[in-house]
Design a protein around this ligand. Structure first.
Ligand SMILES: [Mg+2]
Length: 365
């Protein structure tokens, strides 16, 4: 099989109503991606996820640096192609960030082609592990800009729908307001459902230490991204001092950075995101690393769950998957949760094919 054409795209899908966490405000979800065509008729689609900023730079990286490496090549040589792109012309200027997000889109498209050619959904092509589906928790009721009434209404509905639990955003200017919201959410959902909080890097070590300890009383399943993602030592201090496990990974770009976190005991739930770690090729290596450290995987859904449902279903250490339904309507086979479980995809590929109508409607580049 040979690659004949590579076509990048940028879609901006509206988020209604717009959301905020402690550091981001999003009106649209950006899908910067690529369609990879082959001489045997298989077309692979891959993408990365953004808050609709920087997409043009990611697309330019695909067009100028990665597409020329692919034409005429066999997509089944994905690991060789990944090496050629990762260690090629972009290596001098980008070993994370834009370069890795662009490479993620390309890599996912290649795995999509391979699974389609094998006539298997990706989770089976990778060697399935969870034939009964994957437990889901829901983040979409806990945004920082939700007034308290809406927050409580949404988390109650989520629990009623059967989700394993809810995640809510914290990181208000006054942590006492966070405390008040977490307390109210726990009272609303009761003792049983799991509850996570996500700081989105807003705290410093002292705030995290003080408020992490105070919030322990609400039986939190994890404390997510309390600090700057480059501060491994700070996360290690928190992991040692708090009775709430530390979760992170959505801003960690390489297996080497995950290794350092794991080696130092600074992460207790691994949230590796395929759209950041340069694709499925590297994600599988991070998953292997997590397995060796007995650290459970709960991927961050920068892909909105379309690809991660396959990866989680093929990974023994993946215990749960986040659910955010912002863009599910644009896919041919949307990620679907029923009674708190992801129903596993049946169509061949990585569930990345986009309904043509929405591809045209949301395309900005
Ligand atoms: Mg997060």
């Amino acid at each position: 099989m040979k690659i004949t054409k590579v076509e990048s795209f940028v879609l901006h899908v509206p988020i209604t109503p717009p959301i905020t966490d402690a550091i981001n405000a999003a009106t649209h979800w950006g899908l910067t991606g690529v369609k990879v065509y082959t001489d045997e008729g298989f077309v692979g689609c891959g993408y990365t996820g953004t808050c609709a900023h920087g997409d043009d730079l990611i697309a330019a990286t695909i067009d100028r640096y990665y597409a020329p490496e692919l034409i005429g090549k066999d997509p089944f040589m994905v690991k060789e192609l990944w090496d050629a792109m990762r260690y090629g012309k972009m290596h001098w200027v980008g070993r994370a960030g834009i370069a890795h997000m662009a490479l993620a889109a390309v890599d996912i498209a290649l795995w999509d082609i391979m699974a389609k050619a094998a006539n298997k959904p990706l989770w089976q092509y990778l060697g399935g592990h969870k034939s009964k589906g994957i437990r889901a928790y829901n983040t979409n009721g806990g945004w920082l800009n939700w007034p308290k009434e809406r927050l409580l209404k949404d988390v109650a509905e989520i629990v009623e729908q059967g989700f394993a639990g809810v995640k809510i955003k914290v990181g208000k200017p006054d942590p006492r307001e966070d405390y008040d919201r977490v307390k109210a959410v726990r009272e609303t959902i009761g003792e049983q459902p799991i509850l996570m909080i996500d700081v989105n890097q807003q705290w410093n070590i002292n705030t995290a230490m003080t408020w992490g300890k105070r919030l322990e009383e609400f039986d939190l399943f994890w404390l997510e991204e309390p600090l700057n993602p480059d501060d491994i030592a700070g996360h290690k201090k928190l992991a040692d001092a708090l009775n709430v496990p530390i979760a992170l990974g959505e801003h960690v770009y390489t297996k080497y950075a995950f290794r350092d976190y794991m080696q130092q005991g600074a992460v207790e739930y691994c949230q590796a995101d395929v759209t950041r770690v340069a694709g499925i090729t590297e994600w599988l290596q991070v998953a292997g690393l997590a397995a060796a450290y007995d650290i459970p995987l709960c991927p961050h859904v920068g892909d909105m769950g379309q690809i991660h449902q396959h990866l989680a279903a093929a990974t023994p250490g993946a215990i749960m998957l986040e659910y955010i339904p912002w863009i599910r309507h644009i896919f041919e086979e949307p990620a679907t949760v029923i009674s708190g479980m992801y129903r596993l995809p049946e169509r061949p590929g990585a569930s990345t094919d986009i309904v043509p109508r929405y591809y045209d409607e949301y395309r900005v580049r």
